[in-house]
Design a protein around this ligand. Structure first.
Ligand SMILES: [Zn+2]
Length: 140
């Protein structure tokens, strides 16, 4: 799965938080889109169950990815087809149902609650996340 270039750690430390966030977002999206794929690279949309290749599916968020408390929260991120993510604006009604079905009743409300809080990420948090995603995605 080594399809995305990630700079070595000493270069990561020289980057800004915004640049690190960009790399983490790219890797995290790849992780979410490939997490549950079958051996042919296909994965189901979390909200409508249409199958798409992982290169064509989006990483759909329940709570907006503007919020740093939930942006990289695994349960807040799931593969979503373009129709659900863009045309249906995240398909929130189905997303809520699917979250509660998969992780237990109250999960979607918990994510919404968390998304109202403020979380501050520092460079070392972002680098830790990038490093762990690299390992999970089997880089290097
Ligand atoms: Zn869909």
């Amino acid at each position: 799965m080594n399809t995305e270039f990630v700079p070595p750690p000493y270069q990561l430390w020289r980057m800004s938080l915004a640049q690190l966030d960009k790399i983490a977002t790219r890797l995290f999206s790849l992780y979410i889109r490939t997490r549950d794929m079958n051996k042919h690279g296909y994965v189901k949309c979390f909200t409508c169950h249409r199958k798409r290749h992982y290169t064509e599916i989006h990483c759909g968020h329940y709570a907006s990815r503007k919020n740093m408390c939930t942006k990289f929260l695994e349960i807040n991120n799931n593969p979503q087809c373009e129709v659900c993510n863009i045309s249906y604006n995240g398909n929130r009604t189905q997303y809520k149902k699917a979250l509660d079905r998969k992780h237990g009743t109250g999960t979607a409300d918990y994510i919404d609650e968390l998304a109202r809080k403020t979380c501050k990420w520092i460079k070392s948090d972002m680098i830790d996340l990038i490093t762990s995603l690299e390992k999970t995605l089997d880089y290097g």
